[in-house]
Ligand binder design. Structure first.
Ligand code: NAG
Ligand code: NAG
Ligand code: NAG
Ligand code: NAG
Length: 958
C-alpha cells in the first residue's frame, strides 16, 4: 500500500495570495513550490504485502490544480495501485514524458489543456490511463482608469477601468476621501457626483479580477473637485460721486477662480488674492478687490462680481445695490415757476472750488445763445426769456481736478399757454338736435375751459348743446385759462340755426314716355345730410316707391295712364325733419300703327286709306306717296302714274313726345301696259331703232306720246299699222325723251294679274309704263383745250418748264374714254392733264383720242407743242464779192422756234426780210453787211456779219 497524501493546501495558498494588496507573477510559483516540497516530505508512509502476486494498475489518479495561469509553472503527480511496479508516462497533446510527475508552464492562453497519465505494470504489462482537463487563465494585468481630469461639484462624471484578463475580468470600484470609503460600485465604468462633504478631491480605486482564476489587480486615481460657491461682495452700500471706494468679492472656490466686476455697463478685471485653506475639507476662500471712482450720477446703481472657476469654467455672480450720493445739484434760483416768456435761472450748487463748470441739457452740451446766458463762472444759467422748447433734463458738469462730476438732474417743465384755442363741431345746427363741441388749447399745465353762449355758461372742454328756440344765429365762445400762468384766451364760433331741410327741388323730363326710362333727381339743403324717398303715382294708385337722390322711372306697363305724379321727400338723417315736393307729368305713348286700305290699285281710280295708332295724349299723321306728302289720318289717292310697286307710308307723331312710328303698304299697280325696245342693241345716233307698246290684250287704240306730247309720223319716224310699233329709220340726239303709249280699251273686262282680280272699265285711257330713251353718240368734235380757254389750235407754244392745264373735250354719250399721246407714247388716260413739255425737241406732237365704248367710235385731236428756242446759227447766204452796178441777192437764215424775223444793216441803214437785193454804186474796196435774227416769241436776237469785196469791171484804171 502506498500512502497518499493529497495536496489540499493549494487553494489555501491562493487564498493567502488573494488577501494581499498587490501581487507579482513570481510570488505564487514560489509558494507552490513550497507546497510541493511539503508534499514530498510526507510521502514517506508506504506499505504492501510482500509475496503477493502481481496486480494493477488500478485506481489511477492525477493529483494537481484544475486551473492554470499562463506563465506560472505547475506540477502534477500520477498515482496508481500497482504491483510489483509500474511505469508512468504523461501525454499532453502530442508530447509524451516519462515519470509520475509532470511539470507544466503554459506560455499562451488556450481554452483548455488536457493531461493524460498512462500507467503500465512492469511485470504484467497491464496498463491503465486517466485524463485531466485543465482550465487556462491569464492576467489580470495592465490595469488603467480613464476619465476627466477633475470632478465638478454637483455634476456626475464618468470614469472607466480597463485591464488585461483571460478569459475575462470583473471590476469593482470604491470612492474614498482621506481613507474613508464613500461609495462602491461594480462594473467597467462608474458615473458619480462628488460626495457632498468632500470638498477638495476624491480617490477612485478600481479592482480588476479574473473571473476564472480570481486573481486580481487594482489601481487608484485621485481627482480634484472643482467648485465655486458662496459669493458675496463687501460694500459700503452708499457712495458719493467723485470719490473712490474699494469693494471686495468673497467666494469659496477650488482650485482657483478669476473675477470680473460690472458697474454701469463697464467691466473691470479683478485683482486676485488667495486666502489659505482654513480647515481640512473646507473650500478655499478667494477675494478680489476693486477700486471704483464714481463720476456719473444715478440714484441706485448695481455692482456685480462674477467669479469663474479656472478649471471647470463654472461661474457665479452676486450684485449689490449702491446708493450714489451726488454732492452737486442743479436748482432754480427763485421760487417762481418756469413760465414761457419770462426770465428763469438755474444754478449749479455744491461745488467747493470748481476748475470749470459746463451745462448739459438732455446729456448734450448747452451753449450760450440769444435766449440762454451764463454767468462768468458758469454757475448760473439764465433763460431770457424762457421758451417752451427749453423743456428738458439739465445737469451741470463740474471739474474739480479729477474726476469730472455730473450733477443730479433738474427736470424743467416750462409752463405755457393757452395758445391755439380751437373749437371743433358743426357750423349749422338743427333745432331740437343735440350736438357736441370740443375746445382744445396748447397749455402746460392743462388749461381749464369755460363755454358761453347767449346768457349761459358751462365748464369743461366738451359741450353738449341742444337749441329749442329758433334764432337766426348763435355765438358760441370757449375760454381757456391756464391756472399757473393765470392767462386766458377765448375762441368764438358762429352757429347757424336752422329748422329742418330747405330748398327742395325735383328735376327731370317734362313728360314721361311709355317704354323709356326717365331719371328724376331730388335735391335739398340738409344738415348734415338727407335721405330721399320717392312715390310715383297716377289716378290715386301707387306705381313705384324708391329711395335715393336719383330714381329711374319706366312706365311701360302702365301706358294707358295719362297724368302721373312724381313726389320726392327729403328727410334729414339726424332730426328726421322733412320737406316734400312733386312733379305732375303727362305720360306719352305711341304704338300699334296700322294702314287700312287696298293694296292692289289701278291707274286712274281713287282709293281711300286710313292710318291709326295707339297714341296718348294725341298724334299727328303724315302720308308719303311717290315723293308727295299729305297730312291727316285719312288719304284719298288717285293713282295716275305707272310704277309696278309703289310704297305708301304713314308716319304717326306723338304731339307730346315728338316720337314717331311709321307703317308702309306696298301698292301694287295692276295696269300692265309698257313700252320697250324691240331689240337688245342700245339706241345709237345714226342707226335704226324701234319701240313696242306691249300689254296682255289687244287694245282698241294706241297713241304714242313723247314727253307726254303726242307723236306724229315723219320721214324718219314710222308707225306700224296697228300702232304697236314705232320705228326710227335712224336716230338723232334729239330723240332723247320719255316714250309712252296711251291705250284705250273698249268693253268691261277682267284682267287676271297673279292673284288679283281687277275690273277695268272700258273707254278709260291708260298710260303705259314709259321708256326713257337716251341716244348714244359720239365722239364728235374732239378738241384739245386749255382750261377755260379756246382750243389750242395746230400749234401750242409753251415756255420750257411751264405747266399747262389741258383738257381733251369731246361730245359723247355715254362719256368717252380719253387717251393722251405725246412724242408717240401714251401720256395719260385722264380727260384733264397738267402738261409740261420735254425739250429737246423744241417741237413735238401732242394728241388725244376719245373712244365711246357703246358706239364703238373714235375721234382724235392733235397739236404741235412748240417750245421757243433760238435764234442760233445765223447765216448770211449770197455771193462773196459785189460788182458795182450789179444787183446781188442775199438770204439770212437762223435756227428759231417758233420763228424769227430778220433785220439787215447796210450802208448805215436797215432793211427787213430774210432775202434782200443789194446794188453797189460807189467805189469802195469793200462793203460790210449784217443780219440780225429775232425770235418772234421771245424777242431774243443773234447777228451775223459779212464783209464783201467790191470790184468795178468797167473801171480801166485810166
Ligand atoms: C506536436 O503537435 C504540434 C501541433 O499539433 C506540432 O506543432 C508539433 O510539431 C508536434 N510535435 C511533434 C514532436 O510531433
Ligand atoms: C449671474 O447669475 C445668473 C444666474 O445665476 C445668470 O442668469 C446671470 O447671467 C449671471 N450674470 C453674469 C453677469 O454672469
Ligand atoms: C462756461 O461754459 C462754456 C461752454 O459751456 C465753456 O466753454 C467755458 O469754458 C465755461 N467757463 C467756465 C469758467 O467754466
Ligand atoms: C356774434 O359775434 C359777432 C362778432 O364776433 C357780432 O357781430 C354779432 O353781433 C354776435 N351775434 C350775436 C347774436 O351775439
Amino acid at each position: 500500500m502506498v500512502l497518499l497524501v493529497r495536496i489540499v493546501g493549494c487553494c489555501c495558498c491562493w487564498t493567502v495570495c488573494s488577501s494581499m494588496d498587490h501581487h507579482s507573477a513570481a510570488l505564487p510559483s514560489l509558494l507552490l513550490l513550497a507546497c510541493l516540497a511539503g508534499f514530498s516530505t510526507s510521502e514517506t508512509g508506504a506499505g504492501g504485502s510482500v509475496g503477493e502476486t502481481s496486480y494493477g494498475p488500478s485506481s489511477v489518479e492525477i493529483d494537481g490544480v484544475n486551473v492554470v495561469t499562463v506563465g506560472i509553472p505547475y506540477y502534477f503527480e500520477c498515482t496508481a495501485s500497482c504491483f510489483p511496479g509500474c511505469k508512468y508516462s504523461w501525454t499532453r497533446g502530442n508530447v509524451t514524458t516519462q515519470g509520475p510527475v509532470l511539470s507544466l508552464q503554459l506560455l499562451h492562453t488556450m481554452p483548455t489543456e488536457t493531461l493524460t497519465c498512462t500507467v503500465v505494470n512492469t511485470a504484467t504489462g497491464g496498463s491503465a490511463s486517466v485524463q485531466k482537463t485543465l482550465q487556462v487563465t491569464a492576467g489580470p494585468s495592465n490595469i488603467q482608469i480613464s476619465g476627466p481630469t477633475y470632478l465638478t461639484d454637483g455634476v456626475a462624471s464618468t470614469f472607466s477601468c480597463s485591464a488585461s484578463c483571460y478569459p475575462s475580468c470583473s471590476y469593482t470600484w470604491t470612492v474614498s476621501w482621506e481613507g474613508q470609503q464613500l461609495s462602491s460600485h461594480e462594473g467597467e465604468s462608474i458615473s458619480f457626483a462628488p460626495y457632498q462633504s468632500t470638498v477638495i478631491a476624491e480617490t477612485l480605486m478600481c479592482v480588476a479580477q479574473d473571473t476564472v482564476s480570481h486573481l486580481f489587480i487594482s489601481t487608484t486615481l485621485t481627482r480634484p473637485v472643482a467648485s465655486v460657491s458662496g459669493i458675496s461682495i463687501e460694500s459700503p452700500g452708499t457712495v458719493t460721486m467723485g470719490k473712490t471706494y474699494a469693494f471686495t468679492c468673497n467666494v469659496a472656490c477650488y482650485p482657483s477662480c478669476s473675477f470680473t466686476w460690472d458697474y454701469m455697463g463697464k467691466t473691470f478685471q479683478g485683482d486676485q488674492t488667495e486666502i489659505p485653506i482654513l480647515h481640512k475639507g473646507e473650500r478655499r476662500k478667494f477675494v478680489s478687490h476693486q477700486d471704483i471712482t464714481f463720476s456719473e450720477y444715478s440714484k441706485i446703481e448695481h455692482l456685480t462680481c462674477v467669479a469663474t472657476n479656472s478649471i471647470s469654467g463654472a461661474s457665479i455672480n452676486t450684485t449689490v445695490e449702491l446708493t450714489v450720493i451726488d454732492p452737486i445739484s442743479v436748482r432754480a434760483t427763485s421760487e417762481a415757476l418756469p413760465i414761457a416768456g419770462k426770465s428763469f435761472s438755474l444754478q449749479c450748487v455744491g461745488s467747493q472750488n470748481p476748475a470749470s463748470i459746463t451745462w448739459l441739457k438732455n446729456k448734450q452740451p448747452v451753449s450760450a445763445s440769444q435766449t440762454v446766458h451764463f454767468s462768468p463762472d458758469n454757475v448760473t444759467m439764465t433763460f431770457g426769456p424762457l421758451l417752451q422748447a427749453d423743456d428738458g433734463s439739465y445737469q451741470c458738469v463740474v471739474a474739480e481736478g479729477e474726476p469730472i462730476i455730473q450733477s443730479s438732474v433738474y427736470e424743467m417743465q416750462v409752463n405755457y399757454g393757452p395758445s391755439s384755442v380751437v373749437i371743433t363741431g358743426v357750423d349749422t345746427m338743427t333745432l331740437g338736435m343735440t350736438y357736441e363741441f370740443e375746445c382744445s388749447a396748447s397749455c402746460y399745465p392743462a388749461c381749464q375751459f369755460t363755454w358761453s353762449w347767449g346768457e349761459e355758461t358751462s365748464p369743461g372742454p366738451k359741450l353738449i348743446l341742444q337749441l329749442e328756440e329758433p334764432e337766426q344765429t348763435q355765438n358760441l365762445t370757449c375760454t381757456a385759462l391756464n391756472p399757473t400762468t393765470e392767462t386766458s384766451v377765448a375762441a368764438q364760433k358762429t352757429l347757424h340755426v336752422i329748422d329742418g331741410p330747405t330748398n327742395i327741388h325735383v328735376r327731370g323730363p317734362a313728360f314721361l314716355t311709355a317704354g323709356v326710362e326717365s331719371n328724376f333727381t331730388c335735391s335739398a339743403d340738409c344738415h348734415p345730410s338727407c335721405n330721399f324717398s320717392w312715390i310715383v303715382s297716377a289716378d290715386e294708385q301707387t306705381l313705384l316707391v324708391a329711395q335715393g337722390s336719383t330714381i329711374s322711372v319706366d312706365l311701360s306697363a302702365n301706358a294707358s295712364l295719362s297724368d302721373v305724379s312724381v313726389e320726392c321727400k327729403a328727410q334729414e338723417t339726424l332730426s328726421h325733419l322733412y320737406i316734400e315736393n312733386n312733379l305732375q307729368l303727362q305720360l306719352a305713348s305711341l304704338s300699334n300703327i296700322n294702314i287700312a286700305g287696298d293694296s292692289a290699285v289701278a291707274i286712274g281710280s281713287e282709293y281711300t286709306y286710313r292710318c291709326s295708332a295707339v297714341c296718348a295724349p294725341s298724334c299727328d299723321f303724315t302720308w308719303r306717296f311717290m315723293g308727295k306728302i299729305f297730312e291727316g289720318d285719312q288719304l284719298d289717292l288717285t293713282i295716275s302714274d305707272y310704277s309696278k310697286i309703289e310704297p305708301l307710308t304713314c308716319e304717326a307723331k306723338n304731339t307730346l313726345s315728338n316720337t314717331t312710328i311709321t307703317a308702309t303698304v306696298n301698292l301694287t299697280v295692276t295696269d300692265p301696259f309698257s313700252v320697250r325696245a324691240s331689240s337688245q342693241a342700245p339706241p345709237v345716233a345714226g342707226r335704226p331703232f324701234a319701240l313696242l307698246c306691249e300689254g296682255p290684250q289687244e287694245p282698241d287704240s294706241i297713241t304714242w306720246l313723247k314727253n307726254k306730247n303726242q307723236m306724229l309720223a315723219s320721214e324718219r319716224v314710222q308707225f306700224s299699222p296697228d300702232n304697236t310699233t314705232i320705228t326710227f329709220s335712224f336716230l338723232v340726239r334729239e330723240d332723247d325723251g320719255l316714250y309712252q303709249c296711251l291705250v284705250v280699251e273698249g268693253e268691261n273686262r277682267t284682267i287676271h294679274d297673279n292673284t288679283l282680280v281687277v275690273v277695268v272699265e272700258g273707254g278709260v285711257p291708260n298710260l303705259s309704263v314709259g321708256y326713257l330713251m337716251e341716244v348714244n353718240y359720239g365722239p364728235n368734235e374732239v378738241l384739245i383745250e386749255k382750261a377755260n380757254e379756246l382750243p389750242v389750235g395746230e400749234v401750242m407754244l409753251v415756255q420750257p418748264g411751264s405747266t399747262t392745264e389741258l383738257q381733251c373735250s369731246s361730245q359723247c354719250f355715254p362719256a368717252c374714254l380719253i387717251t393722251w399721246f405725246y412724242q408717240g407714247t401714251t401720256l395719260s388716260t385722264n380727260a384733264s392733264i397738267s402738261f409740261t413739255p420735254v425739250i429737246p425737241p423744241y417741237a413735238a406732237a401732242l394728241s388725244c383720242i376719245a373712244s365711246n365704248p357703246v358706239t364703238g367710235q373714235n375721234g382724235s385731236a392733235m397739236t404741235t407743242v412748240e417750245v421757243p428756242d433760238g435764234p442760233t446759227n445765223v447765216v448770211i447766204g449770197g455771193p462773196a464779192a459785189l460788182e458795182i452796178g450789179v444787183t446781188a441777192s442775199f438770204t439770212c437764215s437762223a435756227e428759231c422756234s417758233p420763228s424769227c424775223t430778220f433785220t439787215w444793216t447796210l450802208y448805215g441803214g436797215t432793211m427787213t426780210g430774210s432775202v434782200i437785193d443789194i446794188t453797189v454804186n460807189r467805189h469802195v474796196s469793200s462793203e460790210s453787211i449784217s443780219c440780225q435774227a429775232e425770235n418772234t416769241f421771245t424777242g431774243q436776237t443773234a447777228t451775223a456779219n459779212e464783209t464783201l469785196s467790191v470790184s468795178d469791171p468797167h473801171w480801166c484804171g485810166c
